[in-house]
Design a binder for this molecule. Structure first.
Ligand code: THU
Length: 138
């Protein structure tokens, strides 16, 4: 988890957040389906004057992973870091985006803050009965 924390806190420094002034960093551990090697990708929130165009840190990190590893990308673990207490969990849209690429419904999601407090939950606890790709295959 230390490696994820370090990548996420570095990425957080690049946050573009002139509207909320909330710097958020994220890191995901990912691999290509069937490959043992995992890689950590970081991301930060990137805001926009048209607020609906803002992108959360988790989505930046996941999309960076996909851009590097391709459509077979699997996410094995996620860490989010804010300067908030309690530490922020991923928003609803991020939970849905994590669901799309999660290796399984129980991957750990670590919510941390700069003070070092961490709460870890399974993805399935954060988004029970998630709408995943399986529904579209039936
Ligand atoms: N934010 C994230 O980056 N991740 C989340 O899961 C929650 C919210 C960002 C979006 C926006 O830039 C700022 O935090 C305030 O909502």
């Amino acid at each position: 988890m230390k490696a994820l924390y370090d990548v996420a806190s570095e990425a957080r420094k690049n946050s573009y957040s002139p509207y909320s002034h909330q710097k958020v960093g994220a890191a995901v551990r990912a691999n290509k389906k069937g490959q043992a090697t995992t890689t950590i990708f970081g991301g930060c929130n990137v805001e926009n004057s048209s607020y609906g165009a803002c992108c959360c840190a988790e989505q930046t990190a996941i999309h960076t992973a996909v851009a590097s590893l391709g459509p077979e990308t699997q996410i094995l673990e996620v860490l989010v870091i804010t300067d908030a207490d309690p530490a922020w969990p991923p928003c609803g849209i991020c939970r849905q985006v994590i669901t799309e690429f999660a290796q399984n419904p129980d991957i750990p999601i670590h919510c941390t803050n700069l003070a070092g407090k961490t709460r870890t939950q399974k993805l399935s606890e954060l988004i029970p009965q998630a709408f995943g790709s399986d529904y579209l295959k039936k």
